[in-house]
Design a protein around this ligand. Structure first.
Ligand code: ZN
Length: 67
C-alpha cells in the first residue's frame, strides 16, 4: 500500500504508539510524544538524523542549514 497520499486523522489515541487516550479530537499526540515518534521512525528507517537528511537531499552538500 502506498502511503504517498495517505491522510492522517486523530482517533482518540496517541499516535506515537504508547496507546494513551487523548480527549481533544483534534490532537494526534500526547505532549512531547510527537518527537518520540519522529525519533523512532528516523532510527528504524535511517539509523540517524544525518542519514535521514541525506536521504531527502538535505545536509551540507545541499546548501541548507545556517546562513
Ligand atoms: Zn504517545
Amino acid at each position: 500500500m502506498s502511503t504517498e497520499n495517505a491522510r492522517a486523522f486523530p482517533n482518540g489515541r496517541c499516535w506515537c504508539g504508547c496507546g494513551e487516550r487523548i480527549d481533544d479530537p483534534r490532537v494526534f499526540f500526547r505532549a512531547g510524544h510527537d518527537k518520540r515518534a519522529e525519533v523512532r521512525v528516523i532510527r528504524e528507517r535511517y539509523g540517524d538524523v544525518a542519514s535521514f537528511l541525506l536521504a531527502y537531499g538535505y545536509g551540507p552538500a545541499a546548501g541548507g542549514g545556517a546562513a
